[in-house]
Write a protein that binds this ligand. Structure first.
Ligand SMILES: [Zn+2]
Length: 480
């Protein structure tokens, strides 16, 4: 039988709110263990939850970005289970009535369009965290307990690990773009759990579903999904499909394999019931409308627009739209420059990015504003300074906060475009290099490059290279 992988993804996202989901405790990452806790998030008897309005807004915003419908009425539910990192013995989540549902995301994988349906994006609270020490003891950390968590569930529409990778990449860009999460996987702010099985479309025959837990990078998801597909394929090919069963597996990064954790729980095991301490959530339609209508242009759409509107290569557009701030900077610089957008993208992606990287600051805090960068690029276009000198000028602008014009003036870096000033240097170079001069006269046009280089060296890069080239050619050929 022809079995095709059927993969669904469940992604948990910590929302970037200041306070927790149902109490006023801080959500700050990296705080002293068990310092951001209170009776409510520790689940002490008598404490009552109060929902975080910002968290509700963030889920609606995400739902809008993922083309979901927003419920006009929904409820929180209790998911009951015992685990040391969950003091209440239940987690407040959403079950049969999610806040947003029935959306989709369009991806492009290897040039092919793929639509992944989004089943739901709902709201819940994070659990604490167990830290297993080498000594064998376990510490429990409750700072994370109660942080607003959004769960985004897809339909099992993925058929390859590549599609999963592209989905997570785009989802992360979207979450950052709309400002609802840092989506930093290494800090646990975004965690993915794929469910993988094989399915025969013709007969409906399928292998049992396997859920893979604890994946904290996009690469791990990609590798784990690939491994799991091949593990199930192998069992089927060898006639051992009877050995496959519904289960939860973990990804063993160092050995590159998935390993059995436990037989899968069903939702019955959690005894879900409506949360009695919270009234149903009924977001005001006008408020929902204002959130939906203020959804910014999303990275994939912006990338496409950059390619057509600015005629820059897809690679540039992809890099520039990886952050909203970077994309804004690029667009504002283009407007201020009024020259070729490719020039702007080269400088933003090249010299400016390395300066920012070295200084460890983000584009939003760049000491060189987009207007200032545009001024620098204009100086190159107007032949006031050469591109080579401009690199040094940019570094000085970055360091001093001065404008390009100020630095050029102070340091006398104007390009020498004055014919008489260049003439004497060119004459010198011709006199000192009879060999290459003969080569040029003999028709070896590439030797002119060497002579231009000599003039540039003598003028510390300040000569106008186009002018030097033209004057040299004329002089060598005895035309002036
Ligand atoms: Zn608290």
């Amino acid at each position: 039988m022809a079995m095709e992988p059927m993969i669904g993804l469940e992604v948990h996202v910590q929302l970037a709110t200041e306070s927790k989901m149902f109490c006023a405790c801080s959500t700050k990452f990296g705080a002293e263990p068990n310092s951001n806790v209170c009776p409510s998030c520790l689940g002490l008897p008598g404490s009552l939850p109060v929902p975080n309005r910002k968290a509700v807004e963030y889920v609606i915003r995400t739902g809008a970005a993922l083309n979901c419908s927003v419920a006009d009425h929904c409820r929180f539910a209790r998911k009951n289970y015992f685990y040391p990192d969950l003091t209440k013995n239940f987690q407040i989540s959403q079950y049969d009535e999610p806040l947003t549902y029935n959306g989709y995301i369009d991806l492009k994988v290897n040039g092919e369009p793929v639509r992944i349906r989004i089943r739901r994006a709902h709201l819940e609270e994070d659990t604490g965290k167990n830290l297993h020490l080498a000594s064998g003891s376990t510490l429990v950390e409750y700072n994370r307990g109660g942080i607003p968590l959004m769960e985004i569930v897809t339909e099992p529409d993925f058929t390859t690990a590549e599609q999963c990778r592209e989905y997570l990449t785009q989802l992360r860009l979207i979450l950052r773009c709309i400002g609802v999460s840092t989506a930093n996987m290494d800090e646990g702010a975004m965690r993915a759990e794929p469910t993988v099985n094989l399915n025969d479309r013709a007969t409906g025959e399928a292998t049992p579903k396997v859920e893979i837990k604890n994946l904290n990078s996009i690469r791990s998801v990609y590798e784990a999904v690939k491994y799991e597909i091949s593990r199930q394929r192998k069992a089927v090919a060898e006639g051992r499909e009877g050995e496959l069963f519904q289960q939860t597996r973990r990804w063993d990064e160092s050995n590159g394999v998935t390993a059995l954790m436990r037989r899968k729980e069903t939702s019955d095991d959690y005894m879900y019931f409506p949360e009695p301490d919270l009234v149903p959530l009924e977001p005001d339609p006008a408020w929902v409308e204002s959130i939906v209508s203020s959804c910014p242009e999303l990275p994939a759409a912006r990338c496409e627009r950059f390619c057509t509107e600015y005629a820059i290569p897809e690679y540039d557009a992809t890099v520039l739209t990886e952050s909203r701030e970077l994309a804004d900077y690029f667009e504002d610089a283009c407007k201020a420059f009024e020259g070729a957008a490719k020039t702007v993208s080269n400088w933003v992606m090249g010299d400016l990015t390395s300066l920012l990287h070295e200084a460890g600051v983000s584009i939003a805090q760049s000491p060189v504003s987009c207007e200032r960068l545009a001024e620098l690029l204009k100086l190159i276009d107007e032949n006031v300074i050469s591109g080579k000198i401009a690199k040094d000028v940019l570094a000085k602008m970055f360091e001093s906060g001065k404008s390009a014009a100020e630095i050029v003036k102070e340091e006398g870096l104007e390009q020498i475009s004055d014919t008489s000033a260049l003439e004497s240097v060119i004459d010198e170079v011709i006199a000192e290099n009879p060999g290459p001069v003969e080569d040029v006269r003999g028709g070896k046009q590439q030797a002119i490059g060497f002579l231009v280089g000599q003039v540039m060296r003598k003028t510390q890069g300040q000569a106008n290279p186009g002018m030097v080239n033209e004057m040299l050619s004329r002089k060598v050929k005895g035309e002036g």
